[in-house]
Design a protein around this ligand. Structure first.
Ligand code: SF4
Length: 330
């Protein structure tokens, strides 16, 4: 049997544009921009991720003219409409400046494919930031002013706090979202057509299956019932549902279903003992006895030998673990 020389997928597609760019709170890269002139260097971001993508550091508080060191600010008011007020100077209110800089950053960095934010910060924190309520009580219920504005302006952009990157499964999920969003950006840039959208969907079928069969079916139905809908309206709904599906972490069961789908696609070309071996490896992965890379590597090996147009285009075969090695989930 012929063994084609090219690999099935060596790295995830980053599309037709330039390098993959991710915005990041500058203090996470070791820049001494915090109110106390310190930093919060995060080794995974500063050392590992920095080798694979272009990181774009942003410190909103410095950018709006607060110096280093500076008086700390905190959130006050309600979670729906918090204000960023000086802890010592009660008349210092930088809410509007931070909002304006958030909008400006969203426009300036419209090509970024993800954002890593410093947790707990009244500017950058994404969730559970401390807020002094109108009753004077402290709650962990707000979003930082800059982060909220960024989220509003770029609702599909994958955003994460550095705390959430501590878990391999969360890191992997974030990178999957980043790569997925980048491919979506590339598709929009190339110009949307029904055919391109259908091809985009087909390439992501197994990635979606690993997250949620229901979400996969919903997206399929959306495309199948497109009818005469204008492509922009269809794409808007599809893009939102696609990124929502990616935001859900893949489960072991979901991955096993995706691996089985790959095996089904190869079934007729495989010798009986190869089929049985793969079935056993997938079952061992499903029950937690083997890491996913074992059945996946063997499937990739067989795919190199028995090319299948349908399976070759599955981006599931190019998951971020290949790029980020041991940093992703087993
Ligand atoms: S959390 Fe945001 S505002 Fe605060 S120092 Fe880091 S980058 Fe600057």
């Amino acid at each position: 049997m012929a063994a084609p020389a090219e690999p099935v997928h060596d790295v995830p597609s980053s599309g037709t544009g330039g390098p993959l760019r991710i915005g990041v709170s500058a203090c996470l890269l070791g820049q001494e921009v915090r109110y106390d002139a310190g930093h919060k260097r995060e080794p995974f971001v500063a050392e590992v991720l920095a080798r694979h993508v272009e990181l774009v550091p942003v410190c909103p508080e410095v950018a709006i003219g607060l110096g280093v060191p500076r008086e700390p600010i905190r959130l006050e008011g309600t979670a729906a409409a918090p204000r960023a007020i000086g802890v010592l100077s009660r008349d210092l209110d930088v809410t509007e400046r931070l909002r304006g800089y958030g909008r400006q950053t969203a426009e300036r960095l419209a090509d970024i494919s993800g954002y890593i934010l410093k947790s707990k910060s009244p500017s950058c924190g994404l969730r559970r930031v401390k807020l002094v309520g109108e009753d004077g009580r402290l709650r962990r219920s707000a979003t930082g002013i800059f982060a909220a504005e960024l989220e509003r302006a770029l609702p599909l952009l994958p955003m994460v706090e550095e705390d959430d990157l501590g878990e391999p499964a969360m890191r992997e999920n974030f990178m999957e979202r980043v790569y997925g969003y980048r491919r979506w950006q590339d598709l929009r840039q190339q110009g949307l057509t029904y055919e391109r959208l259908a091809r985009f969907h087909a390439a992501h079928e197994l990635i979606l299956l690993s997250r949620s069969r229901a979400a996969l079916l919903r997206l399929r139905r959306l495309l199948a019932s497109a009818g005469d809908r204008p492509i922009d309206a269809l794409a808007q709904e599809y893009g939102k549902a696609f990124m929502q599906a990616l935001a859900r972490p893949a489960s072991r069961r979901g991955h096993a279903a995706a691996l089985e789908r790959l095996l089904r696609g190869l079934r007729r070309q495989l010798e009986a003992e190869d089929r049985v071996e793969l079935e056993e490896l997938i079952a061992a992965y499903r029950s937690g006895r083997l890491p996913r890379i074992v059945p996946l590597t063997l499937l990739r090996h067989h795919l190199r030998r028995h090319r299948s147009a349908e399976l070759d285009r599955q981006l599931y075969l190019a998951w971020p673990q290949i790029v980020l090695g041991q940093w992703c989930a087993p």
